[in-house]
Unconditional design. Structure first.
Length: 302
């Protein structure tokens, strides 16, 4: 997982270090490439200035270039980070890469907000579709590579020993290298479902939101738009109800299974933001329906 956040900065640093150590010519090429890579955000800033498309958020590109010069240089020369050697080099690289990514993401957010401010309805619908797709991709990755492995580890009761050496046994159980017997706990399947279902329902809401944005992009007064808006608002209500009930069920199941569980997580959440978004969806659905009715009345009058 750490490699996701350190890419591509750590990879660039390792590549430039190897190129620099290959000889004098390689060192010169590495320095030139290092300067070019770090100056890319500043070059983008100059191009925006020349095209007169610069906004205040674009000054953050200069900060990105400065951060790249410092961050990649430290990863190329880890010996300069001796005050931080109480942490491992991979952890230091992760901290640097995360900081760099935060700067880039901050710039992207500010840029997108500036575009949204002056966009028309059709462009706003297109932007919303792009972000819904991105969120959907992130959600699927989170389910497949984070949530499912974590739930599987919890079901197998392996805890921190999940990545320990596993030895097969004849009775179907497994023997970890610490000598303790572990096997799949079928009674934990309801707990796994209580954790997994809300994430799957969230993807369902994203799909409904994408359909509504597609309808809005075409014409926000069509019958299909009214139908999609109503479907989204009612789906949000159902998803919130199911999620709230599953949280209660999960806490009760954990309480009943407490003697046999190695780790528990009792949660009490108040989905204020989700409720506000649901109310907003209902308001939009009502507004679309009212506007559609007025449009039909105007056409009939004409």
């Amino acid at each position: 997982m750490n490699q996701i956040f350190t890419t591509p900065f750590e990879w660039i640093a390792v590549w430039l270090r190897k190129l620099s150590l290959s000889g004098n010519s390689g060192n010169c090429i590495a320095i030139i490439l290092y300067i070019i890579i770090c100056c890319l955000p500043a070059i983008a800033f100059l191009l925006l200035c020349l095209r007169k498309k610069k906004i205040r958020a674009d000054y953050l590109l200069l900060v990105c270039s400065a951060a790249l010069f410092i961050g990649i240089y430290l990863m190329i020369n880890p010996g300069l980070m001796t005050p931080y050697f109480r942490y491992s080099i991979p952890m230091i690289n992760l901290a640097i890469s995360t900081t760099l990514w935060s700067i880039f993401i901050c710039y992207i957010i500010l840029r997108v907000l500036a575009i949204i401010r002056y966009a028309n309805e059709i462009n706003l619908a297109k932007i919303a579709q792009v972000f819904i797709i991105l969120v959907m991709i992130i959600s699927i990755i989170n389910i497949c590579f984070i949530k499912l492995p974590k739930l599987w580890a919890s079901a197998n009761q392996t805890g921190p020993d999940l990545y320990s050496r596993i030895i097969s046994s004849e009775d179907g159980a497994v023997m970890l290298d610490n000598g303790s017997m572990r096997s799949f706990q079928s009674d934990r399947i309801p707990l796994l479902l209580c954790d997994l279902v809300p994430s799957l329902l969230f993807i369902w809401v994203l799909i409904a939101s994408f359909r509504l944005c597609r309808s809005l992009k075409d014409n926000h007064f069509t019958d299909q738009t009214i139908q999609d808006a109503g479907a989204l608002s009612h789906l949000c209500i159902r998803v919130l109800c199911i999620t709230a009930v599953l949280e209660v069920v999960r806490n009760i199941l954990q309480l009943l299974m407490l003697p046999s569980l190695s780790d528990t997580t009792f949660t009490v959440s108040l989905p204020i933001i989700e409720i506000l978004l649901t109310v907003t969806a209902f308001i939009l659905a009502k507004k679309f329906e009212t506007a559609h009715t007025l449009e039909e009345e105007n056409e009939a009058f004409i």
